[in-house]
Design a protein around this ligand. Structure first.
Ligand SMILES: Nc1ncnc2c1ncn2[C@@H]1O[C@H](COP(=O)(O)OP(=O)(O)O)[C@@H](O)[C@H]1O
Ligand SMILES: [Mg+2]
Length: 419
């Protein structure tokens, strides 16, 4: 667990070093500067989402109090029809009580920003997950603000809900809805004895749900947002393995007008970061599609995005998978052995075809998120029944489900049709 970030931005936190200094210099800078040391924050996010926040106000040293002050804490209905529950402020005392003083029994895990505890809110009789930012960390605070701002303006069944936050003294905590099944990572790798591996149908359901969360950010939200941190540990699972995307501290407002990208410092997680973004610092919606493709590959293969315990040429999942996509004879060798052969052959080919399109080297060759959603919705609807799998897996994916030019498809229709 945790964030193993792209070399060159040694960690999420280190990439945010000198944030307040940079903020003053770069607040509205959106010029193309490959590898520029511009901060990776959503400065634009603040300005766009909260138009009443002026540049002068944001440039003040106490950025947190400015940002949090401008959060509208009332519920409202957004124009996309989802109701938005604004994050509530909590006192540190309330959160201490909720976690029995951050008792080790309540510890759920830790990541780049600090430790996560399970808590219970007496007031609302609700289980929650409380993330306490590491106070000794250098720059968790910016992600804290972006997280509160982003999650305060979004509401979707496939995005984790931020219930509240605490910004008291030097304490910074985030209070989320509790996701009882933990992260997808916990269900794909290093299973505990007796833990059942995810079956094929559940994997497709998780992929389709995660894609829907991403679609909301990319096309339904105004302004649209690039997520930048899509990975298995950020897909949390609720009852029935309902997936929700979490951790929006790196989110960034997408390019507007005729701009094709946003220039930022390269941030993200090694193994999930699109090569074009890593090389140029030019962030596009297609950077998220690449990361999604890596997650889909992990779901199919049961292999980690980066696995240093494997042979050298198998350590990087995409590098291992790409040559395998070329010949369908390889496909059955790519599937997670934990599935023990319980998968639909055609469904596997189709899922691999989608993953292959998403992880293409050229960003413009990757599909748009809505096409991915359509294709995965279709795959998730084709329930695999191990006792009757010939019939349940014979249907073709509707051509509209992958509305792409043939030359964008690394796995051809013929490959799919002949299975
Ligand atoms: N809302 C939540 N509900 C339940 N468990 C959570 C929640 N948020 C985080 N966790 C658990 O805490 C762990 C650490 O989370 P996080 O700090 O986001 O780090 P990372 O994403 O790097 O794993 C997760 O892997 C997950 O097991
Ligand atoms: Mg996380």
């Amino acid at each position: 667990m945790g964030c193993s970030c792209w070399p060159g931005s040694s960690s999420k936190r280190s990439a945010n070093k000198n944030m307040s200094k940079e903020k003053k210099n770069n607040i509205s800078s959106n010029k193309s500067r490959p590898h520029a040391q511009t901060q990776a924050s959503s400065d634009e996010l603040k300005v766009c989402a909260y138009k009443t926040v002026t540049k002068e106000e944001v440039a003040k040293d106490d950025q947190l109090s400015v940002d949090v002050k401008h959060l509208n804490l009332n519920d409202d209905i957004s124009k996309d029809g989802y109701s938005r529950n604004r994050a509530q402020p909590f006192t540190f005392e309330e959160l201490t009580a909720a976690t029995a003083n951050f008792q080790s029994d309540c510890f759920l895990g830790s990541g780049g920003f600090g430790k996560v505890y399970k808590g219970f809110l007496e007031k609302t009789k609700q289980d929650v997950a409380i993330k306490q930012l590491d106070r000794n960390g250098l720059q968790g605070i910016k992600e804290f603000v972006v997280e509160v701002l982003t999650l305060s303006m979004v509401e979707h069944p496939n995005l984790v809900k931020l219930i509240g936050f605490c910004a008291e003294g030097d304490q910074r905590l985030l209070v989320y809805e509790y996701m009882p099944l933990g992260s997808l990572e916990n269900h794909l790798y290093d299973l505990s004895p007796g833990q059942k591996p995810l079956d094929w149908n559940t994997r497709m359901k998780i992929a389709a749900g995660a894609a829907k969360g991403l679609e909301y950010l990319h096309v339904k939200l105004d302004p649209p947002i690039i997520y930048r941190d899509l990975k298995c540990s950020n897909i949390l699972l609720g009852e029935g393995y309902h997936p929700k995307l979490s951790d929006f501290g790196l989110a960034k407002v997408g390019p507007s007008g005729d701009k094709t990208h946003v220039s930022t410092r390269v941030m993200g997680t090694y193994g999930y970061c699109a090569p074009d973004y890593a090389m140029t610092g030019q962030l596009t919606f297609k950077s998220d599609i690449y990361s999604f493709g890596v997650v889909l590959l992990e779901l199919i293969t049961g292999r980690k995005a980066i696995d240093n315990a494997r042979e050298r040429d198998e350590q990087n999942l995409v590098a291992w998978a790409r040559p395998m996509f070329k010949d369908r004879k390889n496909f059955s060798r790519m599937v997670d052995p934990l599935l023990q052969g319980q998968y639909p052959v055609r469904g596997l080919y189709q899922a691999l075809a989608i993953a292959a399109m998403c992880v293409q080297e050229q960003p413009n060759m990757r599909p748009a998120v809505s096409d991915v959603v359509m294709a995965l919705n279709y795959l998730a609807s084709q329930k695999y029944d191990p006792s009757n799998h010939v019939h349940s897996s014979r249907k073709s994916m509707p051509s509209s489900a992958m509305n792409m030019d043939d030359d964008k498809k690394p796995v051809s229709e013929h490959e799919l049709d002949s299975c």
